[in-house]
Design a binder for this molecule. Structure first.
Ligand SMILES: [Fe+2]
Length: 389
């Protein structure tokens, strides 16, 4: 994140002696992206953050195996039908992915163990329920419509209050606001659909006691369980420009035109070889002759995966897609409004309809998406042929 935050106690200068009440030194840790050449934060631990006492292999996750989208076709996955279970880390059912990004769905009530993803940032979209995100940086209370962006390497856990459902985006690098929304020094510009005030960050340190504490670590090589001598939640203060944050989709201010605007106006984040867009309730396109839903389009360089989070997605009427559904429209297939949807929306406009109440999260990838076992287990095989009418 581009802007500076300070939480808890930090010394007046970086890299100087900073002592605990008992006279011992706090252990300073730099969390930094791109070597020492991008955003970073300095964290001050009561104990050494390097002290591991055990490393255990974790069985490879067979549920993470991907299958090519062959024969090529548009897909509809009903996450509504996936069984609940596990937690927000281990209970993720893989829907689709490639070497750049993986999308999963989870429905659970159980708290997760401590987890560190060392492969990339995660963006967890809370579709329903309430959950506390706890981390070395502190806690964030999250609820329906929140994107929680977790920087690579952040040790954290998820503690739901009741049942939580989430759409999870795991990147192979960093997830950031689009560059075009930012000044050259990183401040959100006036035309951006959200800004710093919309981002919620940990407000105070979060500490916990414990010894021999396991942390599940995801790396490119697989999963490992590292056991730490002391509980990693021992940070008394941190400062810098790298930290987890939450952004609620309802704080995204939609950009509306007289005639239909393409998805880049909905862009919320960018990652390596993918973008994340938010489709939010908004006035319909207002030119007197507007066709206020998408035109048929063939994004020759993109696969387009959409999670229908709420409301009523006008362009998919009659397709069987409902709240909780995920659609995949791959490169190689032209898509657009479902057959009949243009006529239906024009009739609705004639009847006085002026707004859309759709709520959806879209991930456009620049390399083909393969299909995950959880997605395939709840696929609606009739979906492709809803385009044939
Ligand atoms: Fe599309």
């Amino acid at each position: 994140m581009p802007y500076y935050r300070v939480v808890g106690e930090v010394p007046r200068k970086r890299h100087v002696q900073f002592r605990r009440p008992d006279g011992g030194l706090y252990a300073e840790e730099l969390m930094g992206e791109e070597g020492f050449s991008s955003d970073s934060s300095l964290l001050y631990h009561r104990h050494l953050p390097t002290a591991i006492v055990k490393a255990e292999a974790v069985e490879p996750d067979e549920a993470a195996v991907l299958t090519p989208n062959l024969p090529l076709s548009p897909r509809h996955f009903r996450t509504q039908d996936l069984p609940a279970g596990g937690d927000l880390v281990t209970g993720r059912g893989l829907i689709a992915g490639n070497a750049d990004v993986r999308m999963s769905y989870a429905a659970t009530e159980a708290p997760s163990g401590l987890y560190r993803n060392s492969m990339g940032d995660e963006c967890v979209y809370v579709a329903s329920g309430r959950v506390t995100f706890e981390s070395t940086y502190g806690a964030i209370e999250a609820g329906e419509g929140d994107y929680v962006v977790v920087p690579t390497g952040t040790i954290h856990r998820w503690v739901p209050q009741g049942r939580v459902t989430a759409f999870v985006i795991e990147a192979s690098g960093h997830i950031r606001p689009p560059k075009r929304y930012l000044s050259k020094y990183g401040q959100f510009l006036e035309h951006a659909p959200y800004c710093e005030r919309d981002l919620r960050t940990p407000a105070e340190p979060l500490t916990a006691e414990g010894e021999d504490v396991p942390v599940l670590v995801r790396t490119r090589g697989g999963l490992t369980r590292l056991v730490y001598r002391n509980h990693p939640f021992d940070v008394v203060g941190w400062d810098g420009c790298l930290y987890p944050y939450a952004f609620n989709i309802n704080d995204f201010e939609p950009i509306v035109k007289g005639i239909h605007a393409p998805p880049p106006v909905h862009q919320t984040f960018e990652g390596p070889n993918f973008v994340i867009c938010s489709f939010c309730p908004r006035p319909l396109d207002f030119h007197p002759d507007a066709v206020p839903i998408p035109y048929n389009h063939h994004n020759v360089d993109s696969d387009e995966l959409m999670f229908y989070a709420g409301g009523d997605y006008t362009a998919r009427k009659g397709s069987g897609i409902d709240v909780g559904s995920v659609s995949l429209h791959p490169a190689g297939f032209t898509h657009g409004p479902q057959p009949g949807a243009v006529e239906a929306v024009l009739e609705a406009v004639r009847q006085g309809h002026t707004r859309t109440n759709e709520l959806a999260v879209m991930v456009d990838t620049f390399r083909p998406l393969d299909l995950g076992p959880a997605g395939l287990s709840v696929e609606d095989p009739a979906y492709a042929w809803t385009w044939s009418r």
